[in-house]
Design a protein. Structure first.
Length: 454
């Protein structure tokens, strides 16, 4: 059972303006006091992050504006302040030393990465830090912001996921900043240091620079009925290992939201390309699986038939009638989208290259979220991230890697929900991928640690 103070602090962090860290600092304190079972795991993560400490005596002289030394001396921004404060709060080594080091180098890293000093730039920097230097403060911050856009603030979904994905994937593709000895570069202009370190930093980014919605920079509230649904899952983390249990439990989150949240979700969903138009058309009938049995080998229809029958799957992931009741001709757009994705989820698995394994269920959640803004996918990613943060911190990095890789894949792929899939059952999957320019997901590229939580 998660301690009530940790729960209270997490809920507060979901409601705090995006990018602000005071509530995460309170959460950090609560977890340090009451998360005794998970504290050694965070210490072990920090111990893996070797770094060369900054000799502060070498910073006690003037540096030219725009130099590495000048950036190291600038520690007054919100991101550096967050890591400085959490480093002071943290009672354990080596976590405390790592956090204080991040506080010193954070603004230099921002300058090298060309992240703007904006809320979205801050999110990218936090995600970069989380990827390159796994630590408790970053884990709590990212989990809080994934919860913010999943639960009270869905209209911030695109810019927040774009910003976090940008930072995370920069962290994955660039060399380790922790391993750099910055002392020899202090007088070097940041631009020169970029070249010296062979950093490929684009002037503009397809993801990561969009401003956050104005309402996301303000405090918000959670639907009154929602928290009990969330914590019922978090306090029973074993459900996360059972595909049916976690799917049905997360789907039931929808019963806890109020009309204001539902309206915000509808606005968010309809902001995706083509959703406004297609959700006003009749939803296709669910395919009768036996009609696909004799489709050609390698075709979408035959492969789908084998997937469903060989694994004893339902054609639709969950029974739509149990979730939404009987289908009505004038159903709301979000219901239309949710019913359609129940029909197409396993089709997307096949054409987009997501295998039927737990890791790829996380990846395809990011993909679906980027394609259509499906709220279930946001809930799922936020919930499994929260479970990992509180019970198995070493599992958070692969969850985020899969989620953000799936998001990027979804953003780079044309909207698949607009495709007339019922006309393509006889087509080869390879032909469909070529026609619709669908690059398969890099399935199997991310592995979870083998040691399970107690």
């Amino acid at each position: 059972m998660i301690h009530p103070e940790i729960r209270t602090c997490f809920e507060a962090s979901f409601k705090t303006p995006l990018g602000q860290t005071q509530s995460v600092e309170a959460l950090f304190t609560a977890l340090s006091l009451h998360g005794t079972n998970v504290t050694p795991q965070y210490q072990a993560l920090s111990a893996q992050a070797g770094f060369t400490p900054i000799d502060k005596a070498q910073l006690e002289r003037p540096f030219a504006r725009g130099s590495v030394g000048a950036a190291l001396c600038h520690v007054s921004d919100m991101v550096s302040s967050f890591y400085q404060k959490t480093g002071e709060i943290e009672p354990h080594e080596p976590t405390a030393s790592l956090l204080r080091h991040i506080a010193l180098v954070g603004e230099l890293w921002r300058a090298l990465l060309n992240y703007p000093r904006t809320p979205s730039g801050d999110l990218s920097l936090h995600a970069f830090i989380a990827q390159q230097a796994p630590n408790k403060a970053s884990a709590l911050a990212l989990t809080a912001w994934l919860g913010r856009v999943a639960f009270p603030d869905p209209e911030a979904m695109k810019p927040v996921y774009d910003a976090l994905t940008c930072g995370w994937q920069d962290g994955a593709r660039l060399p380790s900043f922790l391993e750099v000895d910055w002392h020899g570069l202090l007088d070097m202009p940041v631009e020169t240091a970029r070249t010296h370190l062979r950093l490929d930093i684009p002037d503009t980014r397809p993801l990561g620079c969009a401003p956050l919605p104005s309402q996301s920079l303000k405090a918000t509230s959670l639907s009154d009925g929602f928290p009990e649904h969330l914590w019922a899952l978090i306090n029973a983390p074993e459900k996360a290992t059972d595909p049916y249990q976690i799917t049905s439990t997360v789907a039931a989150f929808g019963n806890g939201f109020d009309a204001a949240y539902s309206d915000a979700v509808e606005r968010m969903v309809l902001s995706f390309e083509g959703l406004k138009e297609i959700t006003s058309t009749p939803i296709p009938q669910t395919v009768k699986i036996e009609t696909l049995r004799d489709m050609p080998e390698g075709s979408l229809g035959h492969t789908f038939y084998r997937l469903i029958t060989d694994n004893n799957f339902d054609v639709e992931v969950l029974d739509p009638a149990s979730l939404f009741g009987a289908a009505q001709p004038d159903m709301p757009p979000v219901e239309w989208m949710n019913r359609r994705i129940l029909q197409l989820h396993d089709v997307f698995h096949l054409v987009a290259g997501y295998k039927q394994i737990g890791e790829d269920e996380i990846g395809i959640s990011g993909f679906q979220l980027a394609q259509i803004g499906q709220p279930y996918s946001a809930w799922f990613i936020a919930a499994v991230s929260l479970i990992s943060t509180l019970y198995f911190p070493a599992g958070l990095a692969p969850i985020l890697e899969l989620s953000f890789s799936g998001w990027k894949h979804g953003r780079e792929t044309r909207p698949l929900i607009l495709v007339d899939w019922e006309s393509l059952w006889g087509e080869q999957i390879s032909t469909i991928r070529q026609t619709y320019q669908i690059s398969p997901f890099a399935s199997g590229a991310t592995e979870f640690p083998s040691v399970a939580a107690d």
